[in-house]
Design a protein around this ligand. Sequence first.
Ligand code: C2E
Ligand code: MG
Ligand code: MG
Ligand code: MG
Length: 290
Amino acid sequence: DAKGNGRGIHRHFTPAMNEATMRWQELANDIHMACVNGEFTLYYQPQVALDGYHVTGVEALLRWNHPVQGLVLPSVFVPLLEELGLIVEVGDWVLEQACRQNVAWQRAGHPPIRMAVNLSAQQFYRGDIVKSVRRALAVSGMDPQWLELELTESLTLDDTEVTIQIMNDLKALGVTLSLDDFGTGWSSLSYLRRFPLDRIKIDRTFMSEVATEPNAAAVVQGILSLAQNLGLGCVAEGVESREQLDYLKRQICSEMQGFLFSRPLAAEDVAQVLTHAIGPRRIGDGRSDR
Ligand code: C2E
Ligand code: MG
Ligand code: MG
Ligand code: MG
């Protein structure tokens, strides 16, 4: 590569960094092709009622079917999509695909369920998220009441007034809003007060400790009663064990999501969990979804 281009970064390259940069570059090229070739797909992880274990909704989780590497997880490629400015385009595809799938399940005769879709900050501030959501609802024919948009805390670092305005515009479409990974950021509590949220999702780092750490158990109990007092719904994320489930059953929490009940599933595998209550057994174990 050319040196002395004035930016001074090449001076600090080590062989290891060069290799990492090349891998990144390769993945960046691949992901452009992925957009062109339609290599993205959605998996759906059930959310289950603590009372009766029926499926109340699913969360759409993006997967990249890489031609060589196989199924790639979003922790690897979502940051890449964000860095390359492709997340708005791919995010629009996710919204439309998720809405179409939700309608397809209903048309197949399944009772309606919620469809949760993750949004990244760039979709909020660089794209026109209100227009994207309106469009996805229109082309799919989905009833907005079943669409839930999951926002993460990083999203709310930007201008609060603008954020609240967009949230209100989204709510005016008839969709609901949830705050993902709740409790992991510094400002969680002030967000609850200021943003027009419908639900919170308790981060799985808390859930991983509730059965063994009295402090974690106390924190989750506090979050749950706070949510109830604010009139917010709640989903516990990352429920993996019977002990975590037993803990939750003693709390005021109505829904959970986690490997104890089901891993994220391909669309064709969701139908079976929509017709039967799941029960705390692992569905989709041994699959290659993560
Ligand atoms: P998230 O929104 O918090 O999604 C939940 C993640 O936790 C998923 O990982 C899910 O597979 C995993 N999970 C669920 N239950 C359990 C459990 O019991 N134990 C453990 N260890 N993990 C569990 P996944 O699918 O790899 O997604 C990671 C993150 O990538 C998501 O976190 C979300 O922030 C992001 N993401 C996924 N799909 C999209 C998308 O379409 N758009 C955007 N912008 N971000 C996405
Ligand atoms: Mg999420
Ligand atoms: Mg989460
Ligand atoms: Mg997350």
